[in-house]
Write a protein that binds this ligand. Sequence first.
Ligand code: GLN
Ligand code: ZN
Length: 756
Amino acid sequence: MTVKKTSVIGFPRIGRKRELKFACEKFFKGEISGDELQRVGAEMRRYGWQRQQERGISLIPSNDFSFYDNVLDTAFLLGVVPERYRQLGLSELETYFAAAHGYQGEKGDVKALPMKKWFNTNYHYIEPELDDDTVLRLQGDKPVRDYAEAKALGIDTVPALIGAYTFLHLARYCGQKRAADFVEAAVEAYAQIGGQLAAAGASWISIAEPALVLDVTAEERALFKAIYASLVGRLHATGLKVLLQTYFGDIRDVYRDVVALGFDGIGLDFVEGQKSLELLQTGFPKDALLFAGVVNGKNIWRADYAQKNALIASIEQLVAPERVVISTSCSLLHVPYTVAAEERLSTDILDYFAFAEEKLTELVDLASGDTAALGRNKTLFAGVRTVPHADVRNALAQLSEADFERTPARLARRQVQKEVFRLPALPTTTIGSFPQTAEVRAARTAFRKGTISREQYIDFNRNKILECIKLQESIGLDVLVHGEFERNDMVEYFGSKMDGYVFTQNAWVQSYGTRCVKPPIVWGDVSRSAPMTVDWSVFAQSCTNKPVKGMLTGPVTILNWSFPREDISLKEQALQIALAIRDEVLDLESNGIRIIQIDEAALREKLPLRKSCWHSDYLDWAIPAFRLVHAKVKPETQIHTHMCYSEFGDIVRDIDAMDADVITFEASRSDLKLLDALKAVQFETEVGPGVYDIHSPRVPSVDEIVGVLHKIIAKIPKENVWVNPDCGLKTRGEQETTQSLKNLVEAAKRLRSEVF
Ligand code: GLN
Ligand code: ZN
């Protein structure tokens, strides 16, 4: 067996201890300078490069680092920065952050660019905006700086860029011009970057075009061809070798074109790309390298070498072994840094995990065919990891259609609920969490470390809940929440209360900007042994006469934000979780909680990228899993749900079919585009499209919110409208939160008097 080359698409960048996050936060507060922040960034890059070098990775990426998001980096690189951010007259770094999360200060008041879900991951990018005046041209030199920085450390990297096709595909067009109008300028800019990289000494450039794994229309295909028909030659003229890197699926719609365009390397995903092998059978360019994405960049399970070697063997039937490079299936950004940072889990468990750094070893093991490593891996996979939970398996087997059907029908329940709650028109509420101040986090940490007792912790949280309820009453909100002070994370909290989950200490993964999540790991069959939220909700309800929402996370979101098992289906895992949450819903109800919100923030997350698979592969079990959770409640119990982070326009019918009574959505960052879709399907669920963006500290004025509400009631029957922020408030400061909510309540009141 020949020793093959190895390649990595991208590496985590937030820091093993989230150093980048903390440094950014200090920078935002003015506690450290831009230079100091830059130094932390450099440290993060150095760490990643050196780790990959030590482990023996042949092709190590650079420019995969970002202070916020690589798409936003690309926009700045290409000069695609809306004038309203430039006009602020801030430093380059501050302008960048202004576009990322908004700016409100001495120099002006601008909202952030919209944030969108990055394909089928839990990472989010900033949507670039092009209008008819946008002059797309090379403005920055980040790829060259990063390349030179690595080189100064003695590491020759492969500069990685997001390609022009994907960039133009993801962008929003505000004027008449469309992607095709920017192709020429984009080719010019990428060719110039190539020239600079080649001059700096680079031999490869890696261009990522994940948008090719989506359904590609004839027009889009023409656009892709137009870009690369000229760009590949221009880059070759600089002396660079060009790798076209794809991931998150297969490129069935353009494979023919890709193999004909003269790329020196083609990166295909053999983990999520159902048809990648089939495509390879249709031919592969004789002199190109195949970057075979065989190590899963999205999940944390150790690779089964026997299985991977079989895959590599079938690839080598089609491409000569010496031209196969062993690669990750996507960037390792989507997994944590290293298993070595986990001190609490036993090695019996940790042995089954491979995070980013361990995946480097897997790449090298697979490329070298190391027999000792193969033997150890074989022994591991021959063992029994987890045994089925009989009760859970039985309960699942006994489910019938009635378990998924709530009665009476929604419109009949609505009448009952109107009588019970007697809420004003345009009822106001929040999404659940209130600011998680340093004090709140400190109490949780102290409890976890045992420095305060359970009683002290409960007391602390009860005080916070009481304070939060009083605050909401004084602000004048109609439906209250307890504030979620006991939760670090909406998924981890539930995972830690259910059996079947495993938790890490440091396995952070970037979600957006510097925000990270620590997804729990589904280890075995999931079940609930005791109530998880009832005490907090009951206490909160005892503090007020207004209804307080019980707050749960739905099964699909819990699963989508966990690292799932690979030995049973996602459907089975979702239904197991749904049964556990159903028990919690019924317990809340029997303890006097009359409104229960079951968040499905991440429902859209795992929607297959190709439309043709949406129902068969996903919605046909995801929607029923949600229905299972609430189908058994009384007619007068009001079920809310909440969704955020992405566009829902195309699945609003399915969302209506979840059969909730009320849904709150993130909407403000995407300019309320959702409303047209809701109108088009005559959306039946009552709906609260978020009236302001909670990802930014800026306070929306009353007039601004009234303006948004007018847009909402122009499209949705006003009787069905709720008034609420976009999402939970846990990342916000207390003052801005109070002021924003006061303005929200004031706006609702003003509108009530105007239109009712
Ligand atoms: N109830 C959660 C909160 O308010 C919802 C968070 C979310 O949708 N991401 O924090
Ligand atoms: Zn949300």
